[in-house]
Structures are given as structure tokens and as C-alpha cells.
Ligand binder design. Sequence first.
Ligand SMILES: [Zn+2]
Length: 220
Amino acid sequence: MEHPKIIQELVEDFIKLPSIGRKTALRLAYSCLHLSSEELKKFSNDLASIKEKIHVCPICHNLYENDVCPICSDQTRDKQTLMVISDSKNIMQFENTNQYFGQYFCLDGLINPSVGNLPSTIGVDKLLKHIKENSFKEIIFSFSPDITGEITTMYITKLLKANKIDVKLSRLAYGIPINSQLEYLDEETLSSSLRQRIQIKTESNQSGSSTFSKEETDEF
Ligand SMILES: [Zn+2]
């Protein structure tokens, strides 16, 4: 005996989403039966309207309801620092830290030819145009610390140099996760943490920053 046809169809819908396998999709499909008719109606209406209600900010390419997103509209934010990310979801993560008050630019993924992600398809040309049209003093690459993040950082770095754009470039430190224990870390993480060790600030060598609420870290 097969599952009812509507369940099979819902399974085919759910497995289109990332991280949802056939078993999970089946569980989700049957779980829908536990929702009230009103809840199911709202669920289907929300799904049907998501594409109409979400827009790409023309400045930073963040996804938001308005035309220009609240971050780009906020005139009190630092206009001289740009953080480049590869997924608009990362913006909220950085915003939730309350440590960063600069601008963002969202690429559509990282350079990875094996899945068809080329500089032109992820929006590197738009990033270059954005940088040329503004006077940023620092660009921070906030990508995942893997090979695609490294390739994308290097590609953009070389592109900026070829275009004679003189700006301070930085990236997130690779290192030890907060609250982890040294004995459980792999050698690559440990050696990266050692290379990017942070000077302990004393009163005599502290300096302020308008973009970060705490002291910037320095490589040395
Ligand atoms: Zn924006």
C-alpha cells in the first residue's frame, strides 16, 4: 500500500528544500494533518506570497521587504567599512552581535566552478562597481573558512589590486570557537589560531573605532 497521493505530493514539495530527506519530508507531510485549517491556510498563503514580498536591496543585495533595506537606509551607520558576505542570512547573525555598524554587500554564494558558481554568477562585477562608486576605507571578507571562501577572497583581492583600488582588506579570524576545549581541536584550527593570535590590549596601546563597539583585533 502506498501513502495517500496528497502526502506523496507534499513529500515531493518538501524534499526540494535543503537538508530535507524523504523520511523527514514524510514526517512533515503527515504533521500537516495536525495543524488546524486556519494554520494550514496561513502556511500556504505565506508560501505563495514569499516571492512577491521579498525584494533584493539594490544597494547591498540583502533580501528584505522594502526596496532599500533598513541597513542601507540608516544614515547613522559607518559608511567607510564594507563587509562582504555570501548569504543574506549572515547579515542578521552579524547584526545580532551588536559589534558591527558598517555596510554590507551580499554575494550570491562563493566561487565554486564545480556547482556553476563563477565570479560573474555570484555578482562579483556588481561588488566591484559598488566599491568603485563608494569610498570605503576597509573591506571585510566574512566567508566560511573553507576552500571556496579562500578562493573567493583571493579572487576579489586580486581584482581590486588589478583595478588599482587602494583599501584595507581583512577577513574574519580563523580560530578557536568560544567555549571549546583545546584538546578537542584539530591541528589546522589550532595552527590557524596561533598564526592569528591577538595582542592583549593594555591601556597604553588601546585605540577607538567607530565601526566596532569593542577594540579591533590586530594580526601581528
Ligand atoms: Zn541594503
